[in-house]
Design a protein around this ligand. Structure first.
Ligand SMILES: *Cc1c(COP(=O)(O)O)cnc(C)c1O
Length: 441
């Protein structure tokens, strides 16, 4: 463990580079940074990479895992399905247990397949079964665009008006974060018209990590199905999907799970649905009983559990990359990872606050249990020029209009020194802006 206890107050941290270096020295996960390729500037210095929430860095062992499959394909051709070092036929099974541990689920509840938005649709085929009375879908007002488009199109697909059918859980006037009391109020009024609640487990914009169990309980109390998009949660926070009681969830593997651009998605279907044959679903040969899959002429025989939602034989090269990354997660474990994460993000918060709360406002919740590693920061009167300056200073961060910078110090490969240098660059960029007489004041 990094330290036995997480720091409780920001005052436990100290200013200065020496402190950051000392924290890195004491970090039990420090060796993991060296297991990743860190992007460099043109002088060969490490960039300050703060966008693991968008695209996680490449583990150095990914190449070995992918090359193994390329090699077996080259030498074995189709026989690789059975004869490869890791036979391709059941390749997705090699990922299940480690992935289940990452999201806090049972192996029968988890499968890796397809891509994220596609999976949301396939899960809604089963879990969004509207009737004339109960047909609405509730999402966060600031849901990730792809999720919003997906649910709107589901409403249209079933013949409903997307404007009328979509219900938004909104922040209060002048606030960014969402309140559970407001969710309860919405359900009190129209709970019996809402078929599905689909929320981002960690909101991509604010970084708010929701209480999945609480949302699920509220939703189930009103007879709604509850699903989560955990794109910003998987590999970042402890989701405890099984205990949350959620009906389903999906996430991608290219953000915190470091599995490469456009890599596959993980899917969760709660155990209580594992043997249900009454659920509507789309099927393909990979949802069919493994023992008779290749007899080809048998009547359809549904696989139990999340695996039963698969359609196609999966892309092995992408799965090899996921496997490389999951091996690191299995070694470290989510508990150790989130323990460091809280330290690192707490330190980030401490340094930002030292810059002056009149200049910098942190949108993300200050309670470490209500966030992951990302902090979304609003700089007073800033515009995109601040982000440009940061980029010129070697910081890879993310700008969201109108005025938010999102930075995610990832505990597997970001250091305290990274965070120190990040805030130093923010501070310098602000001073620079002042001198240049831009809008920041
Ligand atoms: C990243 C992200 C997506 C992206 O979906 P893809 O289908 O993988 O392109 C969707 N939803 C959320 C909440 C995301 O964070």
């Amino acid at each position: 463990m990094l330290e036995t206890e997480n720091k409780n107050t920001l005052s436990d941290y100290k200013l200065g580079l020496d402190y950051a270096l000392e924290q890195d020295q004491n970090d039990v996960l420090k060796s993991y940074r060296n297991q990743f390729h860190i992007p460099k500037d043109k002088h060969g210095n490490d960039l300050i990479y703060m966008t693991g929430n968008s695209l996680g860095l490449q583990p150095k062992n990914t190449k070995t895992y992918v090359n193994q499959e390329l090699e077996d394909w080259a030498t074995l051709g189709v026989e690789g399905h059975f004869e490869a070092k890791n036979p391709w036929l059941n390749y997705h099974e090699y990922l299940t247990e480690a992935m289940a541990n990452v999201v806090g689920a049972k192996p029968i509840e988890v499968v890796v397949m397809n891509t994220l938005t596609a999976n949301l649709h396939f899960l809604m085929v089963s879990f969004y079964q509207p009737t004339q009375k109960r047909y609405k879908i509730l999402i966060e007002s600031d849901a990730f665009p792809s999720d919003k488009y997906a649910v709107e199109s589901q409403l249209r697909h079933h013949g409903f008006d997307e404007k009328e059918g979509l219900v938004f859980w909104k922040p209060r006037e002048g606030e960014e974060l969402l309140n559970y009391e407001d969710l309860e109020s919405i359900l009190e009024i129209q709970g019996d018209e809402i078929a599905l609640i689909m929320i981002g487990g960690v909101n991509y914009y604010t970084g708010q990590f929701f209480d999945l169990k609480r949302i699920t309980e509220i939703g189930h109390q009103y007879g709604c199905i509850v699903g989560f998009d955990c794109a910003h949660g998987a590999g970042n926070v402890q989701l405890n999907l099984h205990d949350s009681g959620a009906d389903f969830a999906a996430w991608c593997t290219y953000k915190y799970l470091n599995s490469g651009p456009g890599s596959l998605s993980g899917c969760f279907v709660h155990e209580r649905h594992a043997y249900r044959k009454d659920l509507n679903r789309f099927a393909g040969w990979w949802s069919h009983n493994k023992n008779t899959r290749f007899k080809m002429r048998d009547a359809f025989d549904q696989l139990p559990g999340a695996e039963g939602w698969q359609l196609s034989n999966p892309p092995i090269l992408s799965m090899a990359a996921i496997r490389a990354s999951l091996d690191l997660f299995a070694e470290v474990g989510m508990e150790q990872l989130t323990s460091k994460s809280k330290e690192l993000t707490g330190y980030f918060e401490f340094l930002l606050k030292d810059l002056g709360e009149d200049v910098i406002r942190i949108i993300t919740p200050s309670n470490p249990n209500e966030r992951g590693c990302q902090l979304s920061i609003q700089v007073k009167n800033a515009d995109k020029s601040l982000h440009t300056k940061l980029t010129e200073a070697g910081v890879i961060s993310d700008w969201r209009e109108p005025d938010v910078i999102r930075c995610a110090p990832v505990p597997l490969y970001n250091s305290f020194e990274d965070v120190y240098r990040l805030v130093d660059r923010i501070s310098l960029s602000l001073a620079l802006s002042k001198r240049e007489g831009t809008k920041i004041n």
